[in-house]
Design a protein. Structure first.
Length: 99
């Protein structure tokens, strides 16, 4: 939810302009798309969301890893281990063995 709100806030005036225009248009999109097309559209959106969450978690992990290498604190190391577990939950092929 916060990701969506963040994206909306970055170009809010553009969204308002587009939505103002579309308010007067009626695309009847539900009648134009079959149940199968809607299903595949939803699956595509879900896959994009999972990919985005994975990329963000990877970035977070790499930032934490660099922080741990710089500082060498136990707290930084614990954060890396926690993020590695979270990453493994999003991508079972992810491998990391704490040093």
């Amino acid at each position: 939810m916060t990701e969506v709100l963040d994206q909306l806030s970055k170009g809010f005036d553009k969204y308002v302009t587009i939505l103002t225009y579309l308010r007067g248009e009626y695309f009847d999109i539900v009648k134009r798309l079959s149940d199968g097309e809607i299903y595949h559209l939803l699956r595509s959106v879900e896959a994009s969301g999972r990919r985005l969450r994975l990329e963000r978690k990877q970035d977070e992990f790499l930032d934490a890893y660099l922080e741990w290498k710089k500082r060498g604190t136990e707290r930084a190391k614990k954060k890396v281990v926690v993020l590695a577990e979270e990453l493994r939950g999003l991508d079972p092929t992810f491998k990391y063995k704490p040093a």
